[in-house]
Design a protein. Structure first.
Length: 211
């Protein structure tokens, strides 16, 4: 099954499970986000990825320079958090593709705490590195950060996703889901940035750019 099909199935399930007034609010919020062109400053192909240092899910410290493969491109993607079913589906899709085939270097970055990333990694048997971008400092360098409107913060909290607890701060900032293939010299070879958080690139699309 393709990732797109999985994401469409999740969307259909949510429409069936959530009250119409909540789905209407989510749809209205997404429409507003798309109108704002939140991805206008996002890094794109041929830009140079900024170096960074972040904490892994088990407390280890990693830098981009350290993580980049010395010979082949590296795949890095930003996700919102383990509370987001679309993000979890994306993580599982890449996990399964890596188990079944190409053993690429993959790094997933989110603003949630290392402890929550660690729980996510164990719960879903994630076989690649999860990094905690506290305060979205790295995501800001990639031009990906936006602030959740107050009504959506409350809605998410009522649905069980207290963003402040997941991220360990009360900024209510999240990254736009984005995927990058980065060369050893930090040149971005491929970029996929989509304000619509229900869309993510399939691994077969990523693999074409991994060499």
């Amino acid at each position: 099954m393709t990732l797109l099909t999985t994401l469409q199935n999740i969307q259909t399930q949510l429409l069936r499970q959530l009250p119409p007034e909540i789905t209407a609010q989510l749809e209205s919020s997404l429409t507003d986000m798309l109108k704002q062109n939140l991805d206008k400053n996002a890094l794109k192909a041929h830009d140079i990825a900024p170096d960074f240092t972040l904490t892994g899910s088990e407390g280890n410290i990693y830098s981009l320079t350290q993580l980049l493969n010395k010979q082949d491109p590296t795949f890095i993607f930003f996700f919102r958090g383990s509370w987001c079913p679309f993000c979890v589906a994306q993580l599982q899709h890449y996990r399964d593709k890596l188990l079944a085939g190409k053993q690429a270097t993959v790094i997933a970055i989110s603003p949630q705490t290392p402890a929550i990333n660690n729980q996510l990694k164990h719960d879903h048997h994630i076989n690649f590195t999860l990094l905690s971008d506290k305060g979205n400092l790295v995501a800001k360098k990639f031009g990906l950060v936006f602030t959740l409107p107050e009504d959506i913060r409350t809605l998410y909290q009522n649905l069980g996703a207290n963003i402040a607890n997941f991220n360990g701060d009360d900024s209510y900032q999240l990254p736009i889901p984005a995927s990058y293939v980065i060369a050893p010299n930090r040149e971005i070879l491929y970029a996929s940035v989509n304000v619509n958080y229900m869309l993510r690139p399939d691994f077969c699309e990523i693999e074409k750019n991994l060499g």
